[in-house]
Design a protein around this ligand. Structure first.
Ligand code: NAD
Ligand code: UDP
Length: 315
């Protein structure tokens, strides 16, 4: 039986960076939260502080295997997000995105739950339209080393749309742009965690290429707010919708900010640019503003200071 008093929410990948913040926020709002994870890149330490809450339930489970639960909503986040993690076992990455989507959509169909897919700006690939609006179809290499992630996520979006059209499943798709904050994996090789750890240890800051490539960085609390608004939006609005911070920085600027904010003596060093590394990425967020009344509130300096404070304990 479904819970008639409190909504029961399933968060796949709930022990990961974004998932742990989402679980925390959902519990704070009075929901009953089921956190499912296989701990590939997530960890119990991310959700340790939630374990005493009787409305929090932790399940070790792989999303590629069907899952039974009576729930009202599903946030489907299970998937490694950083290139070194998703390239570790690329076949598994595709299975996680594709079979994970099929299993969670099947669950949504059986219990009549609303389901939100955490898609990504990577569906735009190395974009030749800038900034990227949702109606841009992208420029993705289907056979490259990033394809397991990019194409896996694109196929998941396809499945969501087909389950919606064919079975009238209540779906939501968000495309998340680079997100950072406390509980990012310190060794995930992503630019924010790398630069902060390097700066705190006084090591060289590793810029790949000349550092002119751009990204726009969203603080995790802003993203979680957007996710909640999307989940609660009118059923006629299914997305996809971009959730990201449109303020764009070059990697060189990011390095300089982090060195200044940490008061580090680290020097910048240049290394080879990884293959298929997108040159620029910036979300067009007019749709999120119009449909969800959402825009990011936390700008880079404030978010970086909170993230640096978290990483300081690890050095
Ligand atoms: P993360 O790696 O910290 O979290 C992913 C979680 O999924 C981890 O806890 C991991 O153990 C779990 N997981 C992986 N494979 C699984 C499987 N087969 N079964 C069950 N659990 C599995 O990454 P994150 O940054 O928190 O990303 C969460 C979601 O958001 C991902 O779907 C990712 O693609 C998406 N996203 C993140 C970003 C970003 O900048 N962080 C950007 C775009 C999209
Ligand atoms: N990057 C870098 N140094 C690092 C890690 C990453 O210069 O130590 C660059 C990377 O080449 C890319 C950008 O930072 O251009 C963002 O990389 P990340 O892996 O964080 O995210 P994504 O490429 O998936 O947006």
């Amino acid at each position: 039986m479904k819970n008639t008093l409190r909504k029961r929410i399933l968060v796949t990948g709930g022990a990961g960076f974004i998932g742990s913040h989402l679980c925390e926020r959902l519990l704070g709002l009075g929901y009953d939260v089921v956190c499912m994870d296989n701990y590939f890149t997530g960890s119990k330490s991310n959700i340790l502080h939630l374990l005493d809450n009787p409305y929090f339930e932790l399940v070790r489970h792989d999303v590629t295997v069907p899952f039974m639960a009576e729930i009202d909503q599903i946030y489907n986040l299970a998937c490694p997000a950083s290139p070194i993690h998703y390239q570790h076992n690329p076949i598994k990455t595709v299975k996680t995105s594709v079979m994970g989507a099929i299993n969670m959509l099947g669950l949504a169909k059986r219990v009549g739950a609303r389901i939100l897919q955490a898609s990504t700006s990577e569906v735009y690939g190395d974009p030749n339209v800038h900034p990227q609006p949702e109606n841009y179809w992208g420029n993705v290499n289907p056979i490259g080393i990033r394809s397991c992630y990019d194409e896996g996520k694109r196929c998941a979006e396809t499945l969501f749309m087909d389950y919606h059209r064919q079975h009238n499943i209540d779906i939501k798709i968000i495309r998340i742009f680079n997100t950072y904050g406390p509980r990012m994996h310190p060794q995930d090789g992503r630019v924010v965690s790398n630069f902060i750890m390097q700066a705190l240890k006084g090591k060289d800051i590793t810029i790949y290429g000349d550092g002119s490539q751009t990204r726009s960085f969203q603080y995790v609390d802003d993203l979680v707010e957007g996710m909640l608004r999307m989940m609660d939006s009118d059923s006629s609005f299914i997305g996809p919708v971009n959730l990201g911070n449109p303020v764009e920085f070059t990697m060189l600027e990011l390095a300089e900010h982090i060195v200044a904010l940490t008061g580090s003596s680290s020097k910048i060093k240049h290394f080879k640019l990884p293959k298929d590394d997108p040159k620029q990425r910036k979300p067009e967020i007019a749709l999120a503003k119009k449909e969800l009344g959402w825009e990011p509130k936390i700008q880079l300096e404030e978010g970086l200071l909170k993230t640096i404070a978290y990483f300081k304990d690890m050095v």
